[in-house]
Design a protein around this ligand. Sequence first.
Ligand code: SF4
Length: 244
Amino acid sequence: MTWSKKGFVRKIESMGTLDGPGVRTVVFFGGCPLRCSYCHNPDLWKTQPSDLTTIDELYEKISRYKTFYGTDGGVTISGGEPLSQPLFLKSFLEKCRENEIHTVLDTSGFGNAAHFDSILKLVDLVIFDLKEPNPFDYPKLTGVTKRISDQFVAKAQENNVPLWIRTVIVPGHNDTFEKMDELAVEINKIKNVEKVQLLPYHTMGNSKYTELGIEYPLEGVPGMEKEKLDELFVYLQGKLDIYK
Ligand code: SF4
């Protein structure tokens, strides 16, 4: 079944090795309802008519690299927020499954919950961007409620989908051991976690805000230092069940 033949894809990057196992093609869906203060892709918040593509065109592009995927690699669907185009996402996931291409969904978990189950039945691995463990702080960072992403994670567990969990660490915002304690409590509640990663906040997307005429919420905040990030990660690992 094809749910939607057309959708918005901003760019495709081949031969990636960071967003999931093995060698991967990363497909960036356009559109995102969140407004994370550290977002380095504000140019992907809105879809553009020029991004419109069909399932067949998209599949043709990603299948060019099929021989490089091997047994581990495949396609990672990122964005933007891929869940903002649920019907197109399902059609693309189904096309990949029919052709035995491994799929990773890189998502905040925010979308229309009515589609979560049917999407997750077609996904091989989720990279879940756990933006913030505290439900009161979550909307301040993202502009949306945490409740929806909680529902997404619950559905992922119901469907036994393996998860990698990622959190961006921003100096002066969540670079504390107390926040690592909160993260650990949240992550330890989730089953099927295969990997946890802390990502350093960086300032490379700042100029996009200037170009788009949008005020940058983290103006003046420096990039996250690697040493401090490593220190926080070692501390976090010590609290996580999956590393015990
Ligand atoms: S979910 Fe991703 S694309 Fe959307 S605002 Fe947050 S960081 Fe940016």
